[in-house]
Design a protein around this ligand. Sequence first.
Ligand code: BES
Ligand code: ZN
Ligand code: ZN
Length: 503
Amino acid sequence: MDVKIKKGKIEEEAAEAIVLSHFEGEKSLPEETAAADRALGGQIRGLIASGEFTGKPNQLLMLHLRGEIPAKRVLLVGLGKKKEVSPEKIRQAMGSASRRVRDAGIKSFSTPLHGRGQNKISTSESAQAIVEGCLLGLYQFTAYRTEKRDEIKTVEQITLLDRPEGKIAEVAGGSRCGQILAEAVNFVRDLCNHPSNVVTPSRLAEEARTIAKEFGLTCRVIEKDEAESLGMGAFLGVARGSLEPPKFIILEYTGGKKKEPPVVIVGKSITFDSGGISIKPAEKMEQMKTDMSGGATVLGTMKALAQLQLPVSVIGILPATENMPSGTAVKPGDVVRAMSGKTIEVINTDAEGRMILADALAYAARYKPSALVDLATLTGACVVALGTHATGVMGTSPKLIDRLKAAGEHCGERLWELPLWDEYQEQIKSDVADMKNVGGRGGGAITAAAFLQKFTGDIPWAHLDIAGTSWNDEARPYTPKGATGVGVRLLIQWLTEMGRGRA
Ligand code: BES
Ligand code: ZN
Ligand code: ZN
């Protein structure tokens, strides 16, 4: 996608379409909308006066013009109440608007900077939200469609138009950030939408190597033999059932001061979760190709981080394997020894995420990080508890959790905390080993986190359960159906704040 930036008057812009906004319930129009409306002889005001267009969030109305101004169409979009406008509202409005433009078969459009100046939204924030909304909203996964490919509609160019007296450098800065983030999120969506016969652990390792080469990161892949000598019995226990070789992938980005401890982000990377011997029911099992969402998010975050050159040092870790049933697979009742030396009784082989994370978290501790964050499609219980609108967060550092929550509010990827009290440890006590890998009926998302906690020591740690937020059954304003790519914008927002010295 080509994103252009230029100065000019919207009413003089020759475009296939221009996107103009309005606030719900306001008498006066935003400046650019008003300027276009004057040139259009009050058509927009007329539509508002008649109640046909109210400006409700994400409301759309397409006007076909007859030469009154150089643009061929105006797409009106609602930004909701003026007092409530935010970058998130702008992202949503532009996601909806850009899809409407695409549905009409239009290949390019121009847009002024919506919402700027309201609620302290700066020029660069508005530009970033617009570009994110459009690029995220226009995402489509068409890799395996071979028929009627010429019928796939695409928008090829977006132009951000600032006023003649505007701040073009700020527009460019915000737009660049927005484009890097949206492209990283769409990269994650692609990895998750591809099937598991394509995105194997080996493919994830290749993707990591490509990112490293392209953006100057260090990449190391620990193969099965080395994982064995490191004693990663929990990770290898899961991998035992599969013919796909497991890969333990590490990416390092050094943007901070040399002596400063890094941050480590770990992503669950089960490229297919059949459940193993405790096999899952057939219904929706195909969705388990996305059980590597956490790992894909770590890859996408590392990529964006390097492009943005943030002044922080970050290590990304992906324990990658399939979880399959076979004659060599781990069985319920088996006991494995994790890298930390602790023994685990495997009660249910479908609770495999926490097993691979146990070794990844223990490995992460070697870096003595200032913060440790893991992302995982870990439990169905988290989906039951929070649905699909909030990522579950638990951990050992209230400060870290608060910062992640604040980052989530800012970027529209919200977190909700569940309690991780000591009492929950009772549920994962085993009669034969140091712990067991499931905690019974109650509080499944929490007992999974309680299990992970056993491998994080005293490192400030937060666990993000993205089982509900990494996949959309229905399209949302800037998130089409399928993989959402959740977590990239959240982590980059958090790391940006950290880079500013606020975190
Ligand atoms: N990958 C699943 C969790 C999941 C479920 C993700 C639904 C996305 C949507 C995980 O490995 C799993 O199977 N968890 C079990 C744990 C149970 C056996 C304790 C679950 O949630 O049922
Ligand atoms: Zn599972
Ligand atoms: Zn899983």
